[in-house]
Design a binder for this molecule. Structure first.
Ligand SMILES: N[C@@H](CCC(=O)N[C@@H](CS)C(=O)NCC(=O)O)C(=O)O
Length: 218
């Protein structure tokens, strides 16, 4: 059975859960916690030498990481990956935007605010991230004022890529009130078939890091 490595506090992991749920593929999940430093532990580096979650392991031992690549792999035969080449380029455009512009601002800001003790000592870094987050949200807002979905007329993999850390803007202390088009779009994504809310576990069973890697708890 397919194995997903990652934890429920990760938006990147949530993207994978969204697509697996959408296509109805059953999987087990291994808890790999960023806060506990588990993505960098030797046992996990044996699975994904990049030291990042999410990663998925197929029955034959093949491993795929990077949320965008995983979205593509499982979504490529669905309407979430359009047939037209220009439409595909548009999906990729917003997926690259998510990885290079959106996630590095919103996800990092959320991580600092939620998981790093006394983040105010990094006030200048926080200010810079806030400004970048608002610029990314403004670009999405303008786009979504004119289009129902981020890549155009239909829901695509790009919407799944952008959903988690946009929805978690509140946990980054970013107010979405100035972006009504984004709020409308969040509801539209939530109304898609087989939608899975943030922090829900879509796996049929979940193993701890220790149990999966058969480590002693002592
Ligand atoms: N580009 C990667 C980013 C993955 C990523 O940054 N994952 C974080 C958790 S959300 C992680 O594993 N961090 C571990 C670390 O940096 O030590 C993707 O989209 O999958």
């Amino acid at each position: 059975m397919l194995t997903l490595f990652g934890n429920l506090e990760s938006g990147n992991v949530h993207k994978v859960q969204l697509i697996l749920r959408r296509i109805g593929l059953r999987y087990i999940r291994v808890e790999v916690s960023q806060v506990r430093g588990e993505p960098r532990r030797a046992e996990f580096l044996g699975i994904n030498p990049m030291g990042k979650i999410p990663a998925v392991r197929f029955d034959d031992g093949d491993v795929l990481s990077e949320s965008g690549a995983i979205l593509y792999w499982f979504g490529r035969n669905t309407p979430l990956w359009p047939g037209d080449e220009r439409a595909r380029a548009e999906v990729l455009r917003w997926m690259f935007f998510e990885q290079y512009t959106h996630e590095p601002a919103l996800a990092v800001l959320r991580y600092m605010r939620r998981f790093v003790g006394n983040p105010e000592v990094q006030a200048s870094r926080i200010e810079e991230l806030e400004s970048k987050a608002h610029r990314a949200l403004e670009a999405m807002h303008v786009r979504l004022e004119r289009n129902p979905w981020i890549a155009g007329t239909t829901c695509t993999l790009a919407d799944m890529a952008l959903y988690p850390y946009t929805k978690w803007a509140n946990e980054a202390a970013i107010d979405l009130d100035p972006y009504p088009a984004i709020q409308r779009w969040l509801l539209d994504v939530e109304n898609e078939p087989s939608f899975l809310p943030l922090r829900a576990d879509g796996a049929i069973s979940t193993l701890s890091f220790e149990d999966y890697f058969e480590l002693s708890r002592n």
